[in-house]
Structures are given as C-alpha cells and as structure tokens.
Design a protein around this ligand. Structure first.
Ligand SMILES: CC(C)(COP(=O)(O)OP(=O)(O)OC[C@H]1O[C@@H](n2cnc3c(N)ncnc32)[C@H](O)[C@@H]1OP(=O)(O)O)[C@@H](O)C(=O)NCCC(=O)NCCS
Length: 140
C-alpha cells in the first residue's frame, strides 16, 4: 500500500532515505517538512512495514521524481518499481523526469529498465564535482 506521508512520518522518511543511501541524504529537516506539507511525499508500506519512500516535485509544466528509496533489506523485490509506477499515475504531464548521481550505477540501471533514458547532464548538481544525469520517461 502506498500512502501520503503525514508530519508524524518525517522521522521514518528520513530513516529510510539515510539507510538506503547509507549516509545523511538531506541534512535539512525543512526539506522533509516542506515536502510532506505540500503532499509531495509518499510511503510504501508492505506487511505493516514502512519500507520505501517517494518524493516528487510538481511544477507548472513539469513533474519530477525528487527522491525514491527503499530500505536496503527490501531492495530487489519490486518495491522501487512500485513507487516509480505510482509516480507515473499521479503525474499530470506526458513525461516524467528525474536526476540521478552519475556514479549511482545501480539506480541508473534500474531507471533504464523502467523506461527512462538519459537526455542530459547537470554538472555540480548535488555538490561541487558531484554531477547528475537527467533522465526522462515519456508516458503517453
Ligand atoms: C534504486 C532503488 C530505489 C530501486 O529499488 P528496488 O526496490 O531495489 O528496485 P526493484 O526491485 O523494484 O527493481 C526495479 C527493476 O530494476 C532491476 N534491478 C534491481 N536492482 C538492479 C541492479 N542492481 N542492477 C540492474 N537492475 C536492477 C530489477 O530487476 C527490476 O526490473 P524488472 O522489474 O524489469 O525485473 C533502491 O535500490 C534504492 O533505494 N537505492 C538506494 C537509494 C537510491 O539510489 N535511490 C535512487 C536515486 S534518487
């Protein structure tokens, strides 16, 4: 089941992100508060365990996956795909976009398998010398 996150879920969201990325991923707690308050954050619950999160960014003419992560012990079971496919159902546009660290080979492979293609690069996207590939999936 995928549910909209509420303020009381913020520590869970942060825990899932930090453990899946194996580092503190978003230092700024306001990032989570803002996304939850704007209904941009979703939680995947399987067998009563919150095991994955999806954060999206809705703009006037675009829709991005801001972040998707699954607890390490739940990866490789189709949950990342479930979250990304859910994002497609709430995307009001004909394409969905995301950025991914150019070093994150696994995520690039996962997104490619799900129909995303690389259509650009953003230099220094995450930090100095930490670049991102821009990926897009055409939905309709
Ligand atoms: C990236 C991530 C969200 C994927 O979630 P997941 O639950 O492990 O992925 P799934 O099990 O749903 O796999 C989705 C597809 O990718 C494939 N896949 C999974 N791991 C893979 C790997 N290491 N290499 C290549 N393909 C892989 C699966 O076979 C599946 O394809 P299929 O549905 O056609 O069989 C998860 O690994 C994660 O949280 N990683 C750490 C955080 C991160 O890097 N997030 C993305 C960057 S923002």
């Amino acid at each position: 089941m995928i549910r909209l996150a509420k303020p009381q879920d913020i520590s869970t969201i942060k825990k899932i992100e930090d453990s899946s990325f194996n580092k503190i991923y978003h230092e700024d707690k306001d990032f989570y508060i803002e996304n939850v308050m704007n209904d941009n954050c979703w939680i995947l619950n399987e067998n009563d365990i919150d095991c994955g999160i999806l954060i999206v960014e809705k703009k006037d003419n675009s829709f991005r996956i801001e972040s998707v992560s699954v607890l390490p012990e739940y990866q490789g079971k189709g949950y990342g795909r479930k979250l990304c496919e859910f994002a497609e159902t709430i995307c009001p546009y004909d394409q969905i976009k995301l950025e991914v660290n150019t070093e994150n080979k696994k995520a690039i492979d996962v997104y490619s398998k799900m129909g995303y293609t690389i259509d650009g690069i953003s230099l220094d996207f995450y930090a100095s010398k930490v670049d991102a590939f821009k990926m897009t999936k055409i939905l309709r």
